[in-house]
Design a binder for this molecule. Structure first.
Ligand SMILES: [Zn+2]
Length: 396
């Protein structure tokens, strides 16, 4: 067995190294073993164990992330990516986004052996203060590599995630707001003026929405399962306020939406909005929990669906910001499916096709989600109208 699999791996590496020069891009990649050491304790999915609830893993475990990183290596794709070294962001970096009280509370609990970031659904163990700074710093390092021209685009496979974290509290497995902390550091360095965030995690990107609610220079777009989490946010009529009015777009899709719905969202909402906004860079909150196999989401997206989303986002980036796009990993809790979804995105970013085939595609390939329902059409149409209004505001 050893001989056969080694031969296969060697052949795979050789093939992936044979780049198609017309398509290949230099893609930065962040991953570090330490990201797997963020300890979310023994839960039964999202609930603490006890009584009749047998102890198990938290859904937010290292598995899906570490196995994604494993497939990147075993497929040979790693050899063709440019490793970008993560670092911890500073306290100063955190304090551009978070309150001093929140930062101190996480630091104190982390030193004392662990705690919860704020909502009872965000447990962490000893040392997660530094780990969470390392996750934000991984996203920042990836964006710097793109903006400095070291790579064309990048994927930061970081943990813990960040898109639910708000200025004064962590939420939904998130301690610090990785993407906004990175953006504010880039702004402080004078590297960017305008940034577009596109969030396809199955849950609402409430953190960026709140942080940039009145900011006209950061466009926040979130497509998510309607009222999944947080249950009271993510509706289409949440558009920002004051100077930031119009620069927040939500597309709350009904449960069951699949590949076609997600592709249509990028084409009909994200593309016109981002093109009229004309950002310096696009940052993607990349959650694979719209996967058909996710334990927390009720969507039907396949790895091919994520590939199609990435292809469309890359085309937008090519048109508006010289291809500058950075993916920062968020949720995604199917340990067995996430690796195939993730590698589909990395293949798209790098323009390199490995010989990895997703065995799960067959079981969901005939799903009726290929045809949009009238409810999905209506939701997307409503947000598309708001995206058009953004175009009128910016006059492009
Ligand atoms: Zn999520």
């Amino acid at each position: 067995m050893g001989r056969t699999s080694m031969d296969g791996t060697d052949a795979t590496i050789k093939r992936t190294l044979e780049r198609n020069n017309a398509m290949a891009r230099k893609t930065g990649y962040v991953w570090h073993e330490w990201y797997g050491w963020h300890d979310t304790g023994t839960h039964a999915g999202i609930f603490p164990s006890g009584g009749y609830v047998q102890p198990y893993q938290n859904f937010e475990s290292p598995e899906s992330k570490a196995r994604f990183a494993g497939l990147v290596e075993v497929s040979g794709l790693l050899e063709s990516l440019t490793r970008v070294a993560p670092r911890q962001v500073s306290d100063e970096d955190l304090l551009r986004v978070h309150t001093a009280a929140h930062v101190e509370r996480i630091r104190t609990q982390s030193e004392a052996g662990g705690g919860d970031a704020g909502d009872g659904f965000s447990p962490f163990g000893k040392g997660s203060f530094e780990l969470a700074k390392f996750a934000a710093g991984g996203t920042l390092a990836a964006a710097e590599a793109v903006l400095d021209g070291v790579v064309d685009n990048a994927y930061a496979l970081v943990r813990p995630p960040g898109h639910h974290a708000e200025p004064d509290q962590g939420r939904g497995y998130c301690l610090f707001a990785n993407v906004p902390v990175a953006i504010e550091a880039l702004r402080a360095q004078g590297k960017v003026n305008k940034v577009a965030i596109f969030d396809y995690d199955v849950h609402h990107g409430n953190g960026a929405q709140k942080i940039y609610w009145e900011d006209p220079n950061v466009l926040t777009i979130s497509v998510h399962q309607d009222r999944l989490f947080p249950q009271d946010s993510g509706l289409a009529d949440e558009r920002g306020e004051g100077p930031g009015f119009g620069t927040n777009l939500n597309i709350p899709l009904p449960a069951g939406s699949g590949d076609e719905a997600y592709w249509r969202v990028v084409e009909k909402v994200a593309a016109p909005a981002i093109k009229s906004f004309a950002p310096d860079i696009i940052i993607v909150s990349s959650g694979f929990d719209p996967s058909a196999f996710d334990p927390l989401g009720r969507m039907s997206v396949t790895s091919n669906g994520f590939r199609g989303v990435a292809e469309r986002l890359l085309a937008i980036a090519d048109e508006v910001c010289s291809g500058r796009i950075v993916f920062s990993h968020e949720g995604g809790y199917s340990a067995v499916h996430v690796p195939f979804c993730g590698i589909a995105v990395l293949e798209t970013l790098s323009g390199i096709k490995t010989d990895v085939e997703d065995p799960f595609n067959e079981s969901v390939g005939n799903s009726p989600t290929k045809t949009l329902t009238s409810i999905q059409e209506d939701v997307i149409g409503q947000s598309a109208e708001l995206a058009k209004q953004l175009g009128m505001t910016y006059g492009h």
